[in-house]
Design a protein around this ligand. Structure first.
Ligand SMILES: Nc1ncnc2c1ncn2[C@@H]1O[C@H](COP(=O)(O)OP(=O)(O)OP(=O)(O)O)[C@@H](O)[C@H]1O
Ligand SMILES: [Mg+2]
Length: 298
């Protein structure tokens, strides 16, 4: 276990990371001692726990997950791509277990299938064979609607190339998932409170001074922070991060790593992080390697 703590992991503008769920819920008021108290309450109330879990999850599975049990599990995943007549085999039987509260790094050479695996875990794509389980529920064969709902409420995804919407500001990009979750009328009704939540989260990742900047007006590290905030605004149970430091210089990348570590430590956020950087991977709790389409302990 190699937990890293930093007084200011989000860089020069970044505050210390107060417990995330309290911040996201309570908006700007969630700083300082009051925030810490709220977080403990939130984490232990039945309502708080149910909020981040599929409604149909059996109770014993939920208890296992909250006690450090297996939160996400892949069994025998296989995936080929088809390019004209050619078949490109990528995953050839991936088995993987992610435990509640851990920060897991997945390493592997370029083209080994890391992004493919993460997209399958995030239900953005379906495996050809195998199963994916989340919180005791099988999710790879869920309907499109169920998968959309799962992604919108329980899984946070950071893409390899950010995928921020170019016409929206940092604040609007972070608000976008909430517009989808709430729907137009509910969002309009709660807009003020939701905007405060988004602002508080952007503060948390050190972007409080860039709320109105569009992606082209932000640095790579700032875009990455905005993408992290967008992934976290719906209070996911797990964050799937594809090369979160991949496009950044070493120092900026280390700042993002420390931010992820703080979110993991202080908000008990489970994180699966794909990286090709061994220095970054070495800071995870556990490292697995993707080689020849299979995952092995590193
Ligand atoms: N849509 C697609 N059609 C055909 N082949 C694809 C497709 N997407 C990915 N591939 C191939 O699958 C393999 C795995 O791709 P993937 O993006 O998962 O690799 P990666 O490990 O994430 O690589 P990197 O470290 O460069 O991001 C690569 O050889 C890639 O060319
Ligand atoms: Mg990739």
């Amino acid at each position: 276990m190699n937990k890293h703590h930093s007084a200011n992991p989000a860089g020069p503008h970044g505050p210390t990371v107060a417990p995330l769920r309290a911040q996201a819920r309570d908006g700007a008021s969630a700083h300082g001692q009051a925030a810490a108290t709220t977080a403990v309450t939130t984490a232990t109330t039945a309502a708080g726990v149910q909020r981040v879990r599929p409604a149909t999850a059996p109770d014993h599975e939920a208890v296992a997950a909250s006690a450090g049990g297996v939160l996400l599990k892949a069994v025998g995943l296989k995936k080929d791509y088809h390019k004209g007549k050619h078949v490109v085999p990528v995953l050839r039987g991936v088995d993987l277990e992610v435990r509640q509260g851990e920060l897991l790094a997945v390493i592997g050479q370029s083209g080994s299938g890391k992004s493919t695996l993460l997209h399958l875990l995030a239900t953005l794509d379906r495996p050809d064979e195998g199963e994916i389980w989340f919180n005791g529920q099988r999710i790879d064969n869920a309907s499109t609607r169920q998968r959309d709902r799962l992604r919108n409420r329980h899984l946070g995804m950071i893409f390899q190339f950010y995928h921020l919407l170019p016409e929206l500001t940092a604040l609007e990009n972070v608000l976008a998932p909430l517009m989808i979750t709430h729907g137009f009328f509910s969002y309009r009704l709660q807009r003020r409170r939701l905007v405060e939540r988004a602002k508080a989260l952007l503060e948390t990742v050190g972007l409080g001074h860039r709320l109105k900047h569009r992606p082209r007006e932000m640095s790579g590290g700032e875009m990455q922070r905005a993408a992290i905030a967008r992934a976290l605004i719906t209070e996911p149970q797990i964050l799937l991060a594809d090369e979160p430091t991949g496009n950044l210089d070493g120092r900026t990348g280390q700042g993002i790593m420390e931010l992820l570590r703080s979110l993991n430590t202080q908000s008990n956020l489970t994180i699966v992080m794909v990286t090709h950087d061994s220095a970054i991977a070495s800071q995870a709790d556990r490292v697995v390697q993707l080689v020849d389409g299979q995952v092995s302990d590193s």
